[in-house]
Design a protein around this ligand. Structure first.
Ligand code: PMP
Length: 454
């Protein structure tokens, strides 16, 4: 199997990867999977602690999803949605409308999280053109935001490392502070500030609402920023203010949707109904690429008109509403219902919280953050003075490589150790994975050196 590794290094360019480093080191190739474990070409098993990039829900090779895809293969694998409908896409749209907050009644399909957000931005922009408010062309987004890698979504992104270089190519949003208390620059005591970040948003809205089409936000958790979590009530406040100032609220549930936060959707924690909700990742249970942008009748109707009125939303992709992916998504939702996945999360979330309380005490842990089964552990060289590790030390990467040696695949975001286990993980498995994380952090940060070799 050295062959396959050599071929990979010869032919493949990996995403979000410094290829010079990739080529220089031994790498793993995954050959198979079983439940929540991945199996490499040498037969070694690893817990899938990243849920194969935050998508996997019920584990790998889940029989009901496998069978749904096979059954659909016996009918039709793909047909376009331009001028045609297909059965799984229609059935799925009905179910998505049923399970998302009341008022989101229309489903526009696309293929991944980035395109779901891209669709929302274009839809919001065009909506105001049709509504006779053509001046509303700008977007509000958050510092540290991540909404995808297409040019539109990078424009509303706020992560310097990923986004800065593309600036000359992008449109410019109005940025508001990230509502992360641990990293707050607005308040000397974020715990009692009454959310100065919300005041900032209101100032921006009061001054600019006539130019603003929409506000785009990751609800509760800014994931790619390193699992930054907003204080309780923040999302509901954003809803209140966007309504007050007639600005559309576009909620990016790509990472948080489908049970990740402990509820089916993060919006439910604060009873928020947005004007648009973007879904992907967990929508197919982690099997196939699919995304959806849900919106209200009010927005949908603004696009209706005779052909000559040119109100059509000219957006669509070759694989939009792919029947195989929609069949997988229908099976995914059926499992949620039949296995009562959401109701079963409480003890799992509790065991993670319990283990995190121990990890919080480690010398080089600055903060631990948890929302359901979204976990971020931020490492600090000096946690009292909040001094981060030098960037080049790659402490987060060191911990994740150590965890891999101990049988758990996780990936860092800078020095935040991210843990996103499949929701199907049992209480026992979660405990084991958390123990590996604790051990890896100790061995790397208290072992006197940071070992970056696999
Ligand atoms: N929005 C959020 C909140 C995300 O976390 C991601 C991916 N991590 C995306 C959008 C982009 O999704 P995709 O990678 O499927 O394009």
């Amino acid at each position: 199997m050295q062959d396959i590794e050599a071929k990979d290094k010869q032919y493949v360019w990996h995403p979000f990867t410094q290829m010079q480093e990739w080529e220089a080191k031994p790498q793993k190739t995954i050959a198979a999977a079983n439940g929540i474990k991945l199996i490499d070409t040498e037969g070694n098993e690893f817990y899938d602690g990243v849920s194969s990039l935050w998508v996997n829900i019920h584990g790998h090779r889940k029989a009901a999803i496998d069978e749904a895809i096979i059954e659909q293969l016996g009918k039709v694998a793909h047909t376009t949605m331009l001028g045609l409908a297909n059965i799984p896409a229609t059935e799925l749209a009905e179910q998505l409308v049923e399970i998302t907050p009341a008022g989101l009644n229309k489903v526009f399909y696309s293929d991944d999280g980035s395109t779901a957000v891209e669709v929302a931005l274009k839809m919001a922009f065009q909506y105001w053109q049709h509504k006779g408010k053509p001046g509303k062309q700008k977007f509000i987004s958050l510092e540290q935001a991540y909404h995808g890698d297409t040019v539109g979504t990078v424009s509303v992104g706020g992560i310097d490392l990923f986004h800065r270089i593309f600036k000359p190519l992008l449109f410019t949003p109005v940025q508001i502070p990230a509502p992360s208390c641990y990293h707050c620059r607005l308040a000397s005591d974020p715990a009692s500030c009454g959310m100065l970040c919300v005041n900032k948003l209101e100032q921006v809205l009061a001054a600019h609402h006539e130019e603003i089409a929409g506000l785009v936000i990751e609800p509760l958790v800014q994931a790619a920023a390193g699992m930054l979590m907003s204080p309780p009530g923040y999302l509901a406040k954003v809803r209140e203010l966007t309504r007050k100032y007639d600005v559309l609220m576009l909620v990016d549930e790509v990472a948080t949707g489908f049970g990740r936060t402990g509820e089916m959707f993060a919006c439910e924690h604060e009873n928020v109904t947005p004007d648009m909700m973007m879904l992907s990742k967990g929508i197919t249970g982690g099997y196939l690429a699919l995304a959806a942008t849900l919106t209200t009748d009010e927005i949908y109707q603004a696009f209706l008109g005779g052909y000559a009125e040119k109100k059509t939303l000219y957006h669509g992709h070759s694989y939009t509403g792919n029947p195989l992916a929609c069949a997988a998504a229908l099976a995914n939702l059926k499992i949620f219902r039949e296995e009562q996945v959401i109701a079963g999360l409480a003890p799992k979330i509790a065991v993670v919280a319990q283990k995190l309380a121990e990890i919080r005490e480690l010398t080089h842990v600055g903060e631990v953050r948890q929302r359901g089964l979204i976990i971020g552990i931020e490492l600090m060289l000096d946690r009292i003075k909040k001094i981060p590790y030098p960037w080049e030390q790659a402490a987060g990467a060191g911990v994740c490589l150590q965890a891999r040696k101990l049988g758990l695949i996780i990936r860092p975001i800078g020095d935040v150790v991210v843990f996103m286990p499949p929701l199907a993980s049992t209480v026992g498995e979660l405990g084991e994975m958390m123990d590996i994380i604790a051990r890896a952090i100790k061995e790397i940060t208290e072992g006197g050196h940071v070992d970056n070799d696999l």
